[in-house]
Design a binder for this molecule. Structure first.
Ligand code: KIV
Length: 272
């Protein structure tokens, strides 16, 4: 076994264990989406810790009104583009709609994202405990996603804050604990009240990354086109245009990373 197999340093690619150590040290984790090699390189160079190749690409790249039309081949293609240039950030890829309906299907599609796309973790939406357990048993690192679930949009009836009622808040906490107990390495919480997100973050030992979930999560994620103000739709309340106060994409990305790490983003204005 070569010694490089066992060693790591500050420029080594990050793993989920590095993120766990950041949570334990109280150090915030900065995350952005990316879908291509150029943004992969810029975001990585800005010191962002995690790049999510999200199925939001269905909306911001492909122009659909939801993420539902995204196919596994789209995700593999965009993940491969990002991993070509990303050196340090941990790359997570989304399993798109209906690609993890059974454990076998999930394993086959997760394997494709890892083997052909170069992803380190795969993300799936909802409390799919049996699926998470099966993927983990096959050696696949998993990121959960709770709260507003864009793949469930027709069931949810719109892009709304989740977990406002006591009963749904309790279910969110129970689901988050079940996903952690199933072996997930991370959790994304989307559009939930800030106080509930704080409670869930405190109860979980794995890192919790928020989007529209207040400032107490272990880290933050935004869709890169939203935070550069270049998305075609209305910017969501939880996002902020970081390009508005500077004149380069590089500094907008660095300012975002600094703002997440020093706790100045998000504020109450970006939370529910
Ligand atoms: O697809 C995506 O970009 C996401 C984030 C919004 C969390 O899932």
């Amino acid at each position: 076994m070569s010694s490089s197999y066992l060693s790591s340093n500050s420029s080594s690619p990050l793993t989920h264990l590095d993120l766990l150590a950041m949570k334990q040290r109280g150090e915030k984790i900065a995350c952005l989406t990316a879908y291509d090699a150029s943004f992969g390189a810029l975001i990585d160079a800005a010191g962002i810790d995690v790049i999510l190749v999200g199925d939001s690409l269905g909306m911001v790249i492909q122009g659909h009104t939801t993420t539902l039309p995204v196919k596994i081949d789209d995700m593999i293609y965009h993940t491969r583009c990002v991993t070509k240039t990303c050196k340090r950030a941990l790359v997570i890829a989304d399993l798109p709609f209906m690609t993890y309906a059974t454990p076998e299907l999930a394993a086959q599609n997760a394997a494709a994202l890892i083997q052909n796309g170069g992803a380190k973790l795969v993300k799936l939406e909802g409390a799919k405990i049996e699926i998470v357990q099966f993927l983990v048993s096959q050696g696949i690192a998993v990121c959960g996603h709770l709260g507003l679930l864009p793949q469930f949009i027709h069931q949810l009836g719109g892009y709304k804050v989740q977990g406002k009622a006591a009963e749904s808040a309790e279910k969110l906490l129970a689901d988050a604990l079940a996903i952690q107990n199933a072996g997930a390495s991370m959790l994304i919480l989307e559009c939930v009240p800030a106080e509930l997100a704080r409670h869930i973050t405190e109860q979980l030992t794995i890192p919790v990354i928020g989007i529209g979930a207040g400032g107490a999560c272990d880290g933050q994620v935004l869709v890169v086109y939203d935070m550069l103000g270049i998305s075609t739709g209305k910017r969501p309340r939880f996002s902020k245009n970081f390009l508005a106060d500077t004149n380069s994409i590089e500094s907008a990305l660095k300012n975002y990373s600094n703002a997440v790490k020093n706790g100045s983003f998000p504020t109450a204005e970006h939370s529910f």
